[in-house]
Design a protein around this ligand. Structure first.
Ligand SMILES: NC(=O)c1ccc[n+]([C@@H]2O[C@H](COP(=O)([O-])OP(=O)(O)OC[C@H]3O[C@@H](n4cnc5c(N)ncnc54)[C@H](O)[C@@H]3O)[C@@H](O)[C@H]2O)c1
Length: 367
């Protein structure tokens, strides 16, 4: 399956294939480049795939360098950003050179930022390796590092020329990385395309068994939803903001749990699942029919619906989430904003200003 989409007047491509190697090969062969490449990859990915990519690129007569970088949120920092940039400088990369990232959202965001900054932009391709990166972070061009303990505080917009989605990667990725991305799929279903929700509800077995036809059609529908919101609002001034559904709470939860547990407790997608529930809870002032339906769907795919913590830490986590909500990047003055789901396929940006309800929402989502 191939999807073409237009951003900034350029046609970009997404390939969803059982075997992506021929598509990568063809894309680079037809490109006006100096065929010098840096492949930044996550070392947790099955190495045979990285070898396969490397060996096929070598046939093109290219000079290919490899850089492993682990997809841990704490690695999404300025040190690794400059590790890539320093490497490009040292090896005399030009604007016609290529950076390929094969990784999840963490190293994807970092590599994309490096690709955008070096000489104000070199050729960039992305091979997403987790479900979150496949259905969400690979597209839309958002790149960033976390700086001064603030998620994505330094970033840019830069779009990969092509995105290669590999069934081989989907098949081999750990269950947790597969399931985490389903929260972002649910999000797209709720904010625009109910067909996605129907497939998730009726094709549970096929999705859990990673049936290629079913999963590639869900991926394509989700990416098309994202393209719909991003297309005419790359810089997130209005329409694109809808994609932040669940994210005001999710970012606050991610930062709070990392700070208190001193390690990553929730994957981004897992936090988004809880964040979606929290934003529905806040919007409807408690449990509603839609809340229950989404909670059921998250549970079907074994996604958390609450933050797990001991009684001793409860107050601490609650306060930290509350504090973090005020770091929301969509805030106007000091009031954080969230995406309100009015009904299926109908969302609007709204203020988070009812303090009692904010605290009740946070408290309800801690177990
Ligand atoms: N740019 C965007 O639009 C956007 C959207 C959503 C999320 N994000 C960012 O993405 C990040 C989360 O990304 P993620 O969920 O993909 O996680 P990740 O990149 O942190 O990867 C999660 C874990 O899986 C491992 N891993 C990755 N691919 C693997 C594979 N194929 N096989 C085995 N292990 C593998 C990694 O080493 C890591 O331990 C967050 O930092 C978030 O800010 C960005």
């Amino acid at each position: 399956m191939e999807i073409n989409y237009k951003i900034n007047g350029n046609i970009n491509k997404i390939y969803i294939k059982q075997n992506i190697i021929p598509s990568i090969y063809k894309s680079i062969k037809n490109l006006d480049s100096d065929r010098k490449m840096l492949l930044v990859y996550d070392p947790n990915i099955d190495h045979s795939l990285i070898e396969k990519i490397k060996n096929n690129l070598k046939i093109l007569g290219t000079k290919i360098f490899l850089m492993p970088l682990k997809g841990l949120k704490k690695e999404k920092n300025e040190k690794n950003l400059f590790k890539i940039i320093d490497f490009l400088i040292k090896n005399d990369f030009t604007k016609k050179s290529i950076l390929i990232s094969c990784c999840g959202g963490v190293i994807g965001d970092l590599s994309g930022l490096a690709a955008s900054l070096y000489l104000r932009g070199l050729i960039y391709f992305h091979i997403p390796s987790t479900m979150t990166s496949i259905v969400d972070s690979c597209i839309g061009g958002k790149t960033a590092i976390n700086y001064k303990n603030i998620t994505n505080s330094v970033g840019n917009y830069y779009h990969p020329k092509s995105i290669f989605i590999s069934y081989e990667i989907i098949n081999k990725m750990p269950e947790r990385e597969y399931k985490s991305g389903i929260a972002e799929i649910i999000k797209c279903g709720l904010i625009r395309d109910n067909k996605i929700i129907k497939i998730l509800e009726t094709q549970e077995k096929k999705i859990k068994n990673k049936d290629f036809k079913t999963i590639s059609s869900v991926i394509a529908l989700t990416l098309q939803t994202k393209i719909f919101f991003v297309k005419n609002d790359i810089h997130e001034n209005n329409k694109r903001l809808s994609l932040n559904f669940g994210h005001t709470f999710a970012h606050a939860i991610e930062m709070a749990t990392e700070k208190i547990f001193k390690k990553e407790i929730l994957r981004h997608g897992e936090a988004v699942g809880i964040g979606i529930l929290a934003e529905i809870y806040y919007a409807k002032k408690g449990i509603s029919k839609i809340y229950k339906a989404v909670e059921k769907l998250l549970k079907i795919y074994n996604l958390p619906v609450k933050i797990q913590c001991s009684k001793k830490l409860l107050l601490n986590i609650q306060n930290q989430i509350y504090t973090n909500l005020f770091l929301d990047k969509k805030r106007i003055n000091s009031i954080p904003r969230y995406i309100k789901l009015n009904q299926l396929g109908n969302v609007a940006i709204d203020d988070l200003k009812d303090d009692t309800l904010i605290n009740e929402t946070i408290y309800y989502h801690i177990n």
